[in-house]
Design a protein around this ligand. Structure first.
Ligand code: NAD
Length: 279
């Protein structure tokens, strides 16, 4: 049975990220929205990036400011270099700096392999991989410029890449998406190695099946839900808050020695549940 109602609510310590400035891309929907709200609840000031849907972004800003922290909605397409640099420059100007980047924006353009167009392939790589590269590069420049401010955090900055269980699990009909997330895994690990000496922590969160608009068809009907639950040993579909909690924890100094790790938040999806009764 799917028991999403059992996600623990309100467990985020309110001062955990006090005084930190967080940028969340694709933050007006799904996981990005929940993450932006979670970071705000934990005391961070938050920039809510969006590419379309200003009203939804402003609603997220309103919810975050109700916690007594600052928030603002910035429009930018993460796959466009000039828009990303304009966004990070504006954040430094208006918020003073960037302490946390959650490179979350992503999309799917699904097709069987022989029918997949170059445009479908390229779009997914541009947003899911190049978008994370651009945002991470600009955030890392700011982290290196500023260095460690011990009263704020024991590291100079945190980058959290939103990956997927499909950085590990091959996914028929989604070669562009799975390749982009495989790329995110190696980009994250390489950046972690390169940036750790500057006290910059780079990690990834790899969600399993989370109930958001990106995968509506996988949970919308009872039949689809039943199929999906077969792949999840913990027997519930994830909630965006599950991911938000993981990101808040990873971004905090509680995780100061965690560098270059992918945290799977998937109810056990990557435990090869098909082998539970056979193999
Ligand atoms: P979603 O569709 O609700 O949110 C995606 C967000 O990214 C939206 O706000 C969208 O506008 C934004 N976006 C798309 N293209 C953009 C661009 N060019 N520039 C800026 N923003 C852009 O989906 P979600 O499930 O919340 O997905 C968020 C992330 O989580 C994605 O990287 C996705 O791959 C990853 N993920 C989701 C699941 C899941 O089950 N939902 C599982 C694994 C990984």
């Amino acid at each position: 049975m799917d028991s999403t109602a059992s996600v623990p609510q309100g467990v985020i310590p309110v001062q955990l990220l006090k005084g930190q400035k967080a940028l969340v891309t694709g933050a007006n929907s799904g996981i990005g929205k929940a993450t932006a709200i979670g970071l705000g609840r934990a005391g961070a000031d938050v920039v809510v990036n969006y590419v379309a849907g200003r009203d939804a972004a402003e609603e997220v800003v309103e919810e975050i400011t109700s916690f007594g922290v600052r928030a603002a909605a910035y429009e930018a397409d993460v796959s466009q270099e000039d828009q990303v640099t304009a966004m990070t420059d504006r954040m430094v100007q208006e918020f003073g700096t960037i302490d946390i980047l959650v490179a979350n924006a992503g999309l799917q353009r699904d097709a069987r392999f022989t029918e997949m167009t170059l445009e479908q392939w390229q779009k997914v790589l541009d947003v899911n991989l190049t978008g994370q590269f651009l945002c991470a590069r600009e955030a890392a420049k700011e982290f290196r410029r500023r260095g460690v401010v011990p009263e704020v955090s024991s590291s100079a900055g945190k980058i959290i890449c939103m990956s997927s269980v499909h950085q590990l699990i091959p996914w028929s009909g989604h070669v562009n998406y799975a390749s982009s997330k495989g790329g995110v895994q190696m980009m994250m690990a390489t950046l972690a190695q390169e940036l750790a000496p500057y006290k910059i922590r780079v990690n990834a969160v790899a969600p399993g099946a989370i109930r958001t608009p990106i995968n509506r068809s996988a949970w919308e009907t009872p039949e689809a839900r039943e199929d999906l639950l077969r792949l999840i040993p913990y027997k519930r579909i994830g909630d965006p808050q599950d991911i938000s909690h993981a990101v808040v924890a990873l971004a905090s100094d509680l995780m100061d020695y965690v560098v270059g790790t992918t945290l799977y938040v998937d109810g056990g999806m990557t435990l090869f549940p098909g082998f539970a009764t056979g193999g």
